[in-house]
Design a protein around this ligand. Structure first.
Ligand code: TYM
Length: 340
């Protein structure tokens, strides 16, 4: 008997190179755990990546590397649809409709645009400004009900909910688009830089010591954790004291994310000690979890034809669903489809 799954998950990762343990703990690890209970679509959002400059050859390699990272992390292509965004044109078509639904005021409030555009807003691409509309289209073209993401995407998810509601209201089609729920893990949804506990761990940080890449070998992980900032004295006894020690708090979140041990328990284990043992155990647990994944990513990258085959199958499955939604949307909006 065919299992009926009522809820749909969509999420995406940009192929902008150097995926790190923030992407893994904040997003990809959750993708894996949702595949048995939901219809899952996991996208490699190449159209989002080109909102800032990309080298065309590197972009294709990075796209394959995200596919390899998904599979190596445990996403099963037989259960979940893995595909790249640009291979399903309905994402862009729906994004245009949403460009006409979203209000300028809503986009003006997006903090990620302000962060990414920096001081030189005049010189940012217009794609970067309307980026959240494309993200809403990624989600709503599959009528996704749940979206696992890191905390930095929360505002974009709220905007997606507003767009879905406004579309349903403006075009008198109540419940056409579901109002998707973000799935954000409280502690590990914002992994911070290893050098500065107030900065998000990011692909774009110029220092490699700020992040642990999914491709790092064991010796690099040990080196980076050894160098990671902690605090001047010892591990405090109480969790309340940790909150002000942002770097220690971050390392505890990483430890907890990889080991499944609660933060409070970890604090009890290391309280009163300097951070040497803690760091050594933390490296061990990261290596234990990441080593097989890193090895598998590297192996899969040697077999590009396999990855291309997975993406082709994913594209076909995704197109089937997306085509149906975009046809309905054209009818709702009143766009003539002169089809035979
Ligand atoms: P991206 O490519 O920047 O990141 C991919 C996923 O990783 C999460 N993430 C983090 N989580 C915890 N700590 C961190 N330091 C950290 N850095 C990144 C992100 O929150 C994200 O879940 N706009 C999205 C991609 C996107 C998308 C979508 C996501 C496009 N369309 C539709 C969900 C649904 C982005 O730039 O993610």
């Amino acid at each position: 008997m065919n299992e009926v799954k009522n809820n749909t998950v969509l999420s995406g990762v940009q192929p902008s190179g150097d995926l790190h343990i923030g992407n893994y703990l904040g997003a990809i690890k959750n993708f894996v755990s949702m595949q048995n209970d939901y219809n899952c679509f996991f996208c490699i959002v190449d159209l989002h990546a080109i909102t800032v400059k990309q080298d065309p050859n590197t972009l294709i390699n990075n796209t394959l590397e995200v596919a390899a990272s998904y599979i190596a992390s445990g996403i099963n292509p037989k259960k979940s649809v893995i595909f790249n965004q640009s291979s399903v044109p309905a994402h862009s078509e729906l994004a245009w409709i949403f460009n006409c639904v979203t209000r300028m005021g809503w986009l003006n409030r997006m903090t990620q645009f302000k962060d990414k555009a920096g001081k030189d807003k005049e010189n940012a691409s217009s794609g970067l400004f309307i980026y959240p509309n494309l993200m809403a289209a990624d989600i709503l073209i599959y009528k996704a009900t749940h979206v696992p993401v890191g905390n930095d995407q929360k505002q974009h998810l709220e905007l997606t909910r507003d767009i879905a509601q406004k579309f349903n209201r403006d075009f008198n089609c109540e419940n056409f688009f579901p109002i998707p729920e973000p799935i954000i893990d409280k502690n590990i949804s914002r992994i911070m830089s290893l050098k500065d506990g107030n900065q998000k761990m990011s692909k774009s940080d110029p220092s490699e010591y700020s992040r642990i890449s999914l491709l790092d070998e064991s010796d690099e992980i040990i080196k980076k954790i050894k160098k990671a900032k902690t605090a001047d004295n010892v591990m405090p006894e109480k969790i309340e004291k940790i909150i002000n020690l942002s770097e220690v708090n971050n390392l505890l979140n990483i430890y907890s994310g990889f080991s499944g041990i609660e933060k409070q328990k970890l604090i009890e284990q290391y309280k009163g000690e300097n951070f040497a043992n803690f760091k050594s155990d933390l490296s061990d647990i990261i290596i234990e979890k990441m080593k097989p994944i890193t090895a598998e990513i590297k192996k899969l990258m040697q077999d590009k034809s396999y990855l291309l085959q997975i993406l082709l199958e994913g594209k076909n499955k995704a197109n089937e669903v997306a085509q149906k939604t975009i046809k309905d949307v054209y009818d709702i909006v009143g766009l003539l489809r002169n089809e035979t």
